[in-house]
Ligand binder design. Structure first.
Ligand code: CA2
Length: 146
């Protein structure tokens, strides 16, 4: 049976592909979901791909992943920079979590330079556009092998 991996997406990522392609790339979130499913098949993962604009929903999904999944790839969107609740939720689960970002948050506004979740994740992938999702899944596959 394929191992379940949650791919979680935070606020405004549902607008991808509609505006700001120069920063985030031209793909929609639906395009990225399709790519994740294709790669998931290759890696032996069953992908559960979700997006919400609500912080508490991300907390609920992280807790759910702790019970059902072998790992999580998460783009927490702007909550990366503010959310102690996400930090605590990630700390509370015993599976690897990879944080990812489409853009290089360190090359942007100062308020994006800090991530509240980075200290409690297995690793961070950023700046590769939609390919950051691909790299995050490959990182999880590597972690789950060892
Ligand atoms: O680079 C990333 O993946 C981010 O997590 C994306 C977030 C941003 O707040 C983070 O600092 C970095 C933004 C999500 C998408 O926002 C859009 C805004 C306008 C049009 C399309 C998407």
């Amino acid at each position: 049976m394929a191992r379940k991996v949650f791919v979680l997406n935070g606020p405004n990522l549902n607008s991808l592909g509609k505006r700001e392609p120069g920063i985030y790339g031209g793909k929609t979130l639906s395009d990225i979901e399709t790519d994740c499913r294709t790669l998931g098949n290759e890696l032996g993962f069953e992908i559960d791909f979700r997006q919400t604009n609500h912080e508490g929903v991300l907390v609920d999904w992280l807790q759910e992943a702790g019970d059902k999944a072998v790992g999580v790839a998460i783009n927490p969107g702007a909550y990366s920079h503010t959310s102690i609740a996400l930090h605590d939720a990630i700390r509370s689960i015993d599976i690897p979590v990879v944080e990812l970002h489409l853009s290089n948050i360190h090359a942007r506004e100062a308020f994006r330079h800090v991530s509240m979740v980075s200290p409690v994740v297995a690793g961070v992938i950023l700046g590769f556009g939609p390919n950051s999702y691909d790299l995050a899944l490959r990182a999880l596959a590597d972690i789950c092998e060892n």
